[in-house]
Design a protein around this ligand. Structure first.
Ligand SMILES: Nc1ncnc2c1ncn2[C@@H]1O[C@H](COP(=O)(O)OP(=O)(O)O)[C@@H](O)[C@H]1O
Ligand SMILES: [Mg+2]
Length: 311
């Protein structure tokens, strides 16, 4: 869907991005990660031509983006950033309606779309007429994402969208993004420097350093088969174990015919969540259930040590 071929971007004689080759698949949740200054934001901004690349080719849906009129290109891509950029003197509804208004959608269709997006992002209908300063940081961030999604863009570009939020709100919004991605199957490209955020959201992870891709692939492959010391160090030797657990779902490790007492784990949680409960509750077997409470089996502490495919 988005393809970089030998793309470079120079600022003041310095390459921010160097000979970048990258393919971001349609429908995938791709995450660009790397230290500050590694070229992530520049890469993202070149996709919707907020920055112009100096050499190489970027294709969107098969076509060179230089051949596509900038406005029609941006209309096909929603863009959400950390500093949100909501219009302060516009209500939530007016903010969300920005692009549909520009595209002269009929009033009723815009209103329906606003209702739909408020529901999708877990914002109460009463938020409609509030102004940005009357919202919490997390609510503003949700409105920012709603605005980016408003005109049904084919691609959602997000630059550290949850960067300024507290950990609890951040986790809630990450969960929201996962749900929206599953629900809408939209292509998402997200930039972050937060390793755990990247691991929990990405189908496809791209690790950048000094304007170049160091390694890319599935999150689990990056952790279990780092191609060099930089990758190994980046994902952190000391945190490696819990990060691996965070990529594994209880559903794949539960013993379905087994039962245990006590407050159950949710089958949709990760082994990292389970580890935390084993330690906090000082036990070595925990019940597992659905969100509606239906028992789904039990998880044993030793199950955390099994590899994929082991019986
Ligand atoms: N508009 C700009 N003018 C000059 N230099 C820039 C500009 N944007 C980014 N850079 C430089 O390009 C490099 C990559 O920046 P950026 O893509 O923002 O990195 P990241 O998002 O990974 O932190 C940095 O060295 C940064 O200082
Ligand atoms: Mg950046």
């Amino acid at each position: 869907m988005i393809e970089f071929q030998q793309v470079s971007k120079i600022f003041g004689g310095q390459a921010a991005v160097k000979d970048l080759n990258l393919t971001l698949r349609e429908g995938a949740f791709s995450v660009l990660i790397g230290t500050s200054g590694s070229g992530k934001s520049t890469t993202l901004k070149m996709i919707n031509r907020l920055e112009t690349h100096d050499s190489g080719t970027i294709r969107f849906a098969g076509e060179d983006i230089r051949q596509q009129p900038i406005l029609s290109l941006r209309r096909r891509m929603g863009y959400a950033i950390q500093s949100i950029g909501l219009f302060p003197h516009w209500t939530v509804a007016q903010n969300i309606a920005t692009v549909p208004q520009l595209q002269k959608w009929p009033r009723q269709k815009i209103n329906d779309r606003i209702d739909e997006l408020l529901a999708l992002l877990g914002l109460a209908p009463a938020m409609r007429d509030r102004y940005p300063h009357q919202l919490s940081g997390g609510q503003q961030q949700r409105v920012g994402v709603a605005r980016a999604l408003a005109a049904n863009p084919e691609v959602l570009l997000m630059d550290e969208p949850f960067g300024a939020l507290d950990p609890v709100t951040r986790a809630a919004l990450q969960e929201e993004m996962r749900r929206i991605h599953r629900l809408l199957g939209r292509t998402i490209v997200l930039v972050t420097h937060d390793i755990d955020e990247a691991l929990s959201l990405a189908d496809h992870l791209v690790l950048m350093d000094k304007g170049e891709v160091v390694q890319q692939g599935a999150p689990l492959a990056m952790l279990t088969a780092p191609e060099n010391d930089f990758v190994r160090a980046f994902f952190g030797r000391s945190e490696l174990g819990v990060r691996l657990l965070s990529l594994r779902s209880i559903a794949d490790y539960v013993r379905p015919d087994d039962r245990a007492d006590g407050e159950p784990l949710l089958i949709t949680q990760t082994l990292r969540d389970a580890l935390s409960q084993f330690v906090a509750r000082r036990c070595d077997v925990l019940a597992v259930a659905d969100a509606d409470g239906t028992p789904r089996g039990a998880l044993h502490f030793t199950d955390l040590l099994r590899r994929e495919g082991d019986e």
